[in-house]
Design a protein around this ligand. Structure first.
Ligand code: NI
Length: 177
């Protein structure tokens, strides 16, 4: 287990399409999951995708616990999601602020589907099949975008709603994804 450094926007590895995981039952896969968890916790992140630590595999993790530092953050169960398939359950789209561990210190207003279904496997090979809305829906769309080489600034439709967190929201702290 180890805390890895998170790649930053501009690194070409963040723009690659990730490959499917073929085998879950390997020491390499287990240490990848542990490294991702260690890194997300060390960075106080709400989510992390494997490409962000330089591993081009279809693995994302996310989760938000109640934390007085982030009173507005909605709780999301800790989830390891492998080889995800994501489908919108509505055409309804909402814009809201997002940040990203690969774009540190910034926030932007990003349109996302309000309700999605995601399927895949957890780290033990158990099937995951969930329909979600709210921040849970936003964070899973953000993380799955990383597997397609898409960073949230590429989805911003109004670039006047993109800037430095300390300027946009003085004195506030946010979790990044
Ligand atoms: Ni991100």
């Amino acid at each position: 287990m180890a805390i890895k450094s998170v790649l930053k926007m501009g690194d070409p590895r963040l723009l690659q399409v990730a490959e499917k995981v073929e085998k879950l039952d390997t020491p390499e896969f287990k240490s990848l999951i542990q490294d991702m968890r260690d890194t997300m916790e060390a960075e106080n992140g709400a989510g992390l995708a494997a490409p962000q630590i330089g591993v081009g595999l279809q693995v994302v993790i996310f989760g938000v616990k109640k934390n007085p530092r982030y009173p507005d953050a909605e709780e999301v169960p800790y989830t390891v999601l492998v080889n995800p398939i994501l489908k919108p359950l509505t055409q309804s789209i909402k814009e809201d602020w997002e940040g990203c561990l690969s774009v540190p210190g910034m926030r932007g207003m990003v349109p996302r589907f309000t309700k999605v279904c995601y399927q895949g496997f957890d780290q033990f090979g158990e099937i995951i099949d969930r329909s979600v809305d709210g921040f849970h829906s936003r964070v899973v769309q953000h993380e799955c975008d990383h597997l397609q080489g898409i960073l949230y600034p590429m989805r911003i439709t109004n670039l006047s709603k993109f800037g430095f967190t300390e300027v946009l929201f003085p004195g506030e702290t946010f979790m990044e994804e």
